[in-house]
Design a protein around this ligand. Structure first.
Ligand SMILES: NC(=O)c1ccc[n+]([C@@H]2O[C@H](COP(=O)([O-])OP(=O)(O)OC[C@H]3O[C@@H](n4cnc5c(N)ncnc54)[C@H](OP(=O)(O)O)[C@@H]3O)[C@@H](O)[C@H]2O)c1
Length: 354
């Protein structure tokens, strides 16, 4: 059955693959775009990714504007959607708390309001660290009663991007519960390229890590042999998102999109280095020491690494039972992730050498 969907963040990395998946399966999509003149470029790209460009329509808007900045006519257009996929976010390190809150927290609430007012499912993308409860506790997030959280202090500890992702998660759930509206949240691990083509956009955290390793900026492995950076392929992620979005049983549920057998960081760097024909670092550096080193002026730029990116390298193992149930129901499986990583590295090598 094909339905209409509203998508924010459709021009981004995950959004492009989601649009390809939705339109390849016949769904008409309304894509919120800050610059609708770019729609042709997006359509061409979705075509290259295997989607159906004819099913993609732009509506002009911006999540940082009241009512998403939608015109009355566009509001009417998107009112025929059955699901609102919210992916748009300002995804960068070094964001101020004010900017991060305006786009990532207030923006998410604006999309939630639209979905609730139209009585349609909101499918929101969170992040896997929201399922790392000991991490949340350690940075001062009160998981039971988040009204007690001192958000400015949390932003101070983890930075604007991560702070705003955490705050928006709790704010949207509270809003949707109060409105009696239907939501589903998918929490991705760090997203790896497409398992067949390796396609990934420049600037993505994994692409930056691979680039830094290729350019010899990675001098040591952050953390210990227990530290890992969980991955998920973009194709598995968007398939899981669409399964969850259209499943009535997923109302008000949260689910992890994460490959639990991702190797530890040292092994992952070795796999990447092998494809790059270079030697991976062997020495380990404690994350706390690295964080301190990065406060020294110039060092963060020299190593092209931000302290904020270290938040995602951790030792937590996750309860995957909920994800496994959905995998069983939809016969969804992770691709061969060693191969997906290799393809991703080759894809990045391609744009590093051009
Ligand atoms: N990639 C990962 O590793 C990862 C991991 C966990 C969670 N996530 C989450 O997954 C979601 C998608 O991530 P991504 O990697 O696809 O991000 P991305 O490539 O950086 O794309 C971000 C998208 O958001 C749009 N956007 C930004 N500000 C906007 C605004 N004010 N109004 C409307 N649209 C705006 C951008 O549109 P423009 O084209 O106009 O810039 C772009 O389409 C995000 O919520 C992110 O937090 C990602």
């Amino acid at each position: 059955m094909s339905v209409e969907c509203f998508v924010t963040g459709g021009s981004g990395f995950v959004g492009q693959h989601l649009l390809a998946r939705l339109t390849a399966t016949g769904h008409k999509t309304w894509v919120l775009m800050r610059t609708p003149a770019n729609i042709e470029r997006v359509r061409e790209q979705i075509g290259r990714l295997g989607g159906n460009p004819a099913c993609i329509h732009a509506v002009e808007g911006d999540i940082s504007r009241e009512g998403l900045g939608l015109s009355e006519a566009d509001k009417q257009r998107v009112s025929s959607a059955s699901v609102a996929f919210h992916l748009a976010a300002q995804f960068s390190w070094g964001l101020t708390m004010e900017r991060a809150r305006e786009v990532n927290v207030q923006g998410a609430l604006r999309v939630a309001r639209l979905a609730a007012s139209q009585r349609i499912r909101l499918l929101m993308v969170g992040g896997f660290m929201l399922q790392n409860l000991s991490h949340l506790a350690s940075i001062g997030v009160d998981n039971e009663c988040h009204e007690n959280t001192n958000w400015p202090a949390v932003y101070g500890r983890v930075g604007g991007y991560e702070g705003s992702k955490l705050e928006s998660h709790f704010a949207v759930i509270r809003y949707m519960q109060q409105a009696g509206a239907d939501f589903t949240i998918v929490h991705p691990a760090t997203v790896c390229g497409h398992s067949e083509s390796g396609h990934i956009l420049q600037g993505q955290p994994l692409a930056e890590l691979i680039r830094n390793l290729a350019q010899g900026r990675f001098k040591a492995v952050p953390g210990t042999t227990r530290h890992w950076l969980p991955l998920v392929s973009v194709d598995y992620l968007v398939t899981m998102m669409t399964c969850a979005a259209f499943d009535p049983a997923m109302a008000n549920q949260q689910i992890l999109a994460l490959y639990e057998h991702t190797p530890n960081l040292q092994e992952m760097l070795e796999q990447i280095a092998k494809t790059l024909n270079i030697t991976a670092p062997r020495r380990h550096v404690p994350i706390g020491l690295l964080r301190w080193l990065l406060t020294i002026p110039g060092l963060a730029a020299r190593f092209a690494i931000s302290a904020e990116s270290l938040n995602f390298i951790q030792t937590q193992r996750f309860d995957m039972s909920h994800s496994r149930q959905l995998e069983l129901k939809y016969q969804l499986t992770h691709p061969d992730m060693a191969r997906a990583l290799e393809k991703t590295v080759r894809y990045i090598k391609g744009y590093l050498t051009h």
